[in-house]
Design a protein around this ligand. Sequence first.
Ligand SMILES: [Fe+2]
Length: 387
Amino acid sequence: MLTGLLILILASVGNAEWWVILINHRHALRITVTSAKKIRWLHDAALVFTPILFLIFAGLRTNGLLRGGTWSDLPVLLQLILGFAIAGCLSLLWCMVQWQLQAPCRKREVIKLCNFSAESDVRGSKPSPFLKVPGNQILKLEVNRKQITVPREGAAADVLRIAHFSDLHVFNCPGLSYFDKTFEELKELTPDVFIFTGDTLDCPDLLENILPFFKELLTVAPGYFILGNHDALFDQEAIRAGIVSTGWTNAGGLVLETDIAGHSIVMAGSEAPWIGENPTPPADGNHGLRLLLSHTPDQRDYAVKGNYDLMLSGHNHGGQIVLPFIGPVYSPSRFGVRYAGGLFQHGHLHMHVSRGVASKDPLRINCLPEISLLEIQWAGNSQLDES
Ligand SMILES: [Fe+2]
């Protein structure tokens, strides 16, 4: 009976993992809101009802696993279904191992932890019931520093300081005051450049309210941005034009050659698969940095083929809910939770995947919102080692 119970539990867990894989992969694609909702309902129903069906047809039937029967007493079709479901546990196990092995990717120096949760004005006009969930970190912002060494010859000796932020998802909750404070923290980083990698808002009516925040940052350094999949749900060109009107430079679908703090940089922007296509990678030139802004880290292979040094992304929100030992479960990527958040390297490509500033569903467990100061140095440049 205990073995039977274990089989049913493993089948239920594995079943859930298969549906998680499906939902992660589908949300990495360009799908309509209606399709996304249908898949979500299917996923929710499958997580609830499939274990009940397993219990009825495999556990409680005559000679069922919970009534003295064994595996061989089950019909072959049921054995196949349960076997397939249990195989899902292997994927979950692999994700857990990968999460543990990737611990160095999540290393960062915390500059400041801003706990805004006691301040009522950051809760917004319609505080979400999620704010009452114990351990919800949505109103705690981590300001951190991460270092990246790019293997490219002939670059300037100075360190390049990029303030990278992503996934604002401005909506009713958190409120505008949360974003005001977040932009204040960005300004205090006094970087060489600000880079925003998309998902500006989930309420287009608030666009005008946040534009002054963007504009204010330009008193410190120039800003470059791309849009994300949530921007594509609304009038994306209005959002783009709004941010451009503040003085920020749009990089979406473009290749730009620029000079930032003495560094010659070629910068491309990808909003694929939601808006446009990946731009044709720039020809090799005498640049200190080949930089790609891509809302999703799913453009990893394009970035490698395009010989970019560094890709800045967001989209996956760090998984939003990070379970002890297991790690994140949901991450809308074709790579699943592999690039949920952190610093990664694939071949010569460095990747920074921001956990983002907020999210449409304001719930984060063990997954702080973040803004990051990226200090880029080049191989052979020992400035950071000496300091
Ligand atoms: Fe997002």
